[in-house]
Design a protein. Sequence first.
Length: 304
Amino acid sequence: YYRGGALLHTTATPGFHFMLPFITSYRSVQVTTQTDEVKDIPCGTSGGVMIYFDRIEVVNRLKPDAVINVVRGYTPDYDKPLIFDKVHHEVNQFCSTQNLHSVYIDLFDQIDENLRTALQKDMYASAPGLEIVAVRVTKPKIPEAIRRNYELMEAERTKLLIATEKQKVVEKEAETERKRAIIEAQKQAEVANITYSQKIMEKDSQRKMSEIEDLTNLARRKSQADAEYYSAKQSALSNKLKLTPEYLELFKFKSIMTNTKMYFGPSIPTYLTDNMSPSKDLFKDNVPVDIETLLTDEVITDPY
């Protein structure tokens, strides 16, 4: 409030209030967040090129308890000396130490943060109740000829980036193909190793089966040989027990009886008597036979 042109020490919140007309006046001061737009800020670089920032937006907020002090020091239009003028000052101070390339490309992403920091530092000293929330800076305008050069430069840089990316893609594809070949070779080696191991196991199994068959045949042949040996041994033992003088005498007569020829004649009784004496054996002794005498005898074949 102003009374007689003098600033009063009281403020009022939104609502209904009374004042003396023509004597007391008031000014509304925004204490919520507001955005001030600073337009057409000239900027001279260290190389002498003049560029212009189309618009710089400063988001700020004035605390209610600092309204009286700020208005007393800078009037209700405090944003002009504290924000607009200081933005012009800080931008020109920044541009004067940088060349066009730094302002337009290299350091452009840092301008908004640096400007907010510089403004807030000034607010702490000049108007402690005024808070700078954020700063947004648009791309500056540069001379047309320089802009075209930058566009050409950017186009060449873009081509370079594209070529670099293509090279990276080709290298990545080659690396992928190499890894694929390595994986395929490893797979084939593993398959070959498995096949080789399988063949070795098959051969080992066949060898073991052959050894088992050999052992089985050996055991069978040994059992057969033992059985034959036992049979021969038992047969020999049996024959030994059977070869008695009586059995041999019986076998001798059986052998004579199996003969299908019978000889008759005057010499046969003498021949049989002489050869069947106990001191001679027809099977062991070589008994002389008179062939002519036997041939003169009559031969009769046994019909049985």
